[in-house]
Each structure stands twice: as C-alpha cells, then as structure tokens.
Design a protein around this ligand. Sequence first.
Ligand code: HEC
Ligand code: HEC
Ligand code: HEC
Ligand code: HEC
Length: 163
Amino acid sequence: MYIKSILFACFLLFLGGNYLTAQEYEYIGAAKCKMCHNKAATGAQYKQWASTKHAKAMESLVGDEKKDPSCLKCHSTAGAVSEDLIATITVKEGVSCESCHGPGSGYKSKSVMQSREKSMAKGLIMPTEAVCLECHNEESPHYKGFNYEEYLEKVTHPIPTEE
Ligand code: HEC
Ligand code: HEC
Ligand code: HEC
Ligand code: HEC
C-alpha cells in the first residue's frame, strides 16, 4: 500500500512537471525565426512562408471577423492562444511558424536549435499531416478538401541538402 502511494505521488509529480514545462513556452513570432532562417543557402524558410497564404491569412478576414475567436482560431497563431503565452508574436502575422512548429521561446537559441533532439525537448514540433488537419477540416467555412502531398508542396521549405 505504502509503496503504491509513493509511486502514485511520483506519477502525479511527473504529470505536473510535464504540464508545467508544456505551459512555459511562449510564442515569439516569425520575425525572430527570420533572423536565422532567411538565408538562401539554408533554404530561406521565412521568405517561403511569407509568400504563402498562411502569412496573409488575416487579410482574408474583414471587419469584426479580425477579432472573432471562431475565425482567429485557424487564421492567426497569436489570436488562437491565451494572452499569457504571447511574447513577441503579433496577431496580424496570420498562420505563423509556431502554429506548425510549436512555441519557440524554449528552442530559439542557436546551441539548442543545432540539435533536433534538444530542440524537440524544448518544444519544437516537426509537423506531420495531423498538424495540418487541426485547421484544414470541415469546421472551416471555406473548406476545399485537403490532400497532404499537394498542399505540402505549396508550403514546403526544406533545408537544401548538399550534393
Ligand atoms: C539563433 C538562430 C535561430 C533562431 C532564432 C531559430 N532557429 Fe531554427 N534552426 C537554427 C539552426 C542553426 C538550425 C539547424 C539546422 C541548420 O543547419 O540550418 C535550426 C533548425 C530548425 C528546424 C529544423 C530542425 C531539424 O532537425 O530538422 C526547424 C523546424 C526550425 N529551426 C524552426 C525554427 C522556428 C519555427 C523558429 C522561430 C520560432 C526558429 N527555428 C528560430 C537556428 C535558429
Ligand atoms: C493554424 C491553422 C493552420 C494550420 C496548422 C495549417 N494551415 Fe494551411 N491554411 C490555413 C488557413 C487559415 C489558410 C487560408 C489562408 C487564407 O487564404 O486566408 C490556409 C491555406 C493553406 C494553403 C493554400 C490553399 C489555397 O487555397 O491555395 C495551403 C497549400 C496550406 N494551407 C497547406 C497547409 C499544410 C500542408 C499544412 C500542414 C503542414 C497546413 N496548411 C497547416 C490554416 C492552417
Ligand atoms: C477550422 C479552421 C478554420 C476556421 C474556424 C475558419 N477558417 Fe477560414 N480558412 C481555413 C482554411 C484552412 C482556409 C483555406 C481554404 C482551404 O484550402 O480549405 C480558409 C480560407 C478562408 C477564406 C478564403 C476563402 C477562399 O476561397 O480561399 C476566407 C475569406 C475565410 N477563410 C474566412 C473565415 C472566417 C470569416 C472565419 C470565421 C467565421 C473562418 N474563416 C474560420 C480555416 C478556417
Ligand atoms: C503550415 C505549417 C508550417 C509553417 C507555418 C511553417 N512550417 Fe516549417 N515545416 C513544416 C513542415 C510540414 C516541415 C517538414 C516537412 C517538409 O517540409 O517536407 C517543416 C520543416 C521546416 C524546417 C526543416 C527543413 C528541413 O529540410 O529539415 C525548417 C528549418 C522550418 N520548417 C522552419 C520554419 C520557419 C522559420 C517558419 C516560419 C517562417 C516555418 N517553418 C513555418 C510546416 C510548417
């Protein structure tokens, strides 16, 4: 019995610990990622993203829609998260890097970013189709269907591999 309750207490601590770390990370916005991810030699991910509809998703909303949580939840990274998680991201940058890659305050330093393992331990997400489907679904009033391969091709921003 005694051992069981100690184990249970440890389990709760473990859960609590994970919960707290998950809550710690804040959204820093695409301008911060741009500082390191806009060189042609490494794929200029910022420039690619800025050319997509994701970066312009707020422009599709008019008038009060720009403040309507039921539109912001898919059209703006910053508009979809609680205010205390906002560091330097702005609502108008639309569907920003961190909607797909997770909030960046924990992984943004160069020493962390150089290792995928360390970055992922500090909140980086390497997105799969499931992330897209959080927004590309029938809850969207203008849903046009979703084919992962076709849609990914329009937004992909790989780091060029050396030959
Ligand atoms: C201080 C510079 C710096 C900042 C700021 C930064 N990154 Fe990175 N990031 C790197 C470096 C260096 C790598 C390693 C890959 C490489 O060789 O380019 C990397 C790799 C990545 C990878 C690929 C990881 C992998 O293992 O394939 C993703 C995704 C990524 N960054 C996303 C972001 C996002 C999103 C932001 C903003 C929230 C951001 N980064 C901010 C420097 C940075
Ligand atoms: C946070 C919500 C969100 C996530 C996550 C998301 N998208 Fe989107 N996506 C949008 C919104 C909103 C638009 C429409 C922007 C506009 O036109 O106002 C869009 C538009 C697009 C378009 C342009 C479609 C067109 O009509 O031309 C492509 C392509 C796309 N997304 C691909 C993806 C892929 C691939 C993923 C996953 C890797 C993804 N999206 C994840 C919200 C999201
Ligand atoms: C569940 C996520 C989601 C919600 C909620 C959502 N949208 Fe969108 N919206 C999208 C996606 C994804 C697209 C891109 C269309 C596609 O490829 O399916 C889009 C596209 C659009 C477009 C461009 C239409 C077009 O023909 O390309 C407009 C305008 C728009 N949304 C307005 C709104 C408004 C207004 C609201 C709130 C009432 C809203 N959306 C709520 C995800 C969403
Ligand atoms: C709509 C979702 C989405 C958004 C927004 C997004 N990414 Fe990505 N990113 C992905 C996906 C999916 C992959 C990996 C799959 C692929 O592209 O083939 C990826 C891969 C990457 C990689 C690694 C590429 C490689 O070859 O290893 C980097 C670096 C990166 N993203 C940086 C960024 C930065 C910086 C931003 C914002 C300026 C951003 N991403 C915005 C979905 C997104």
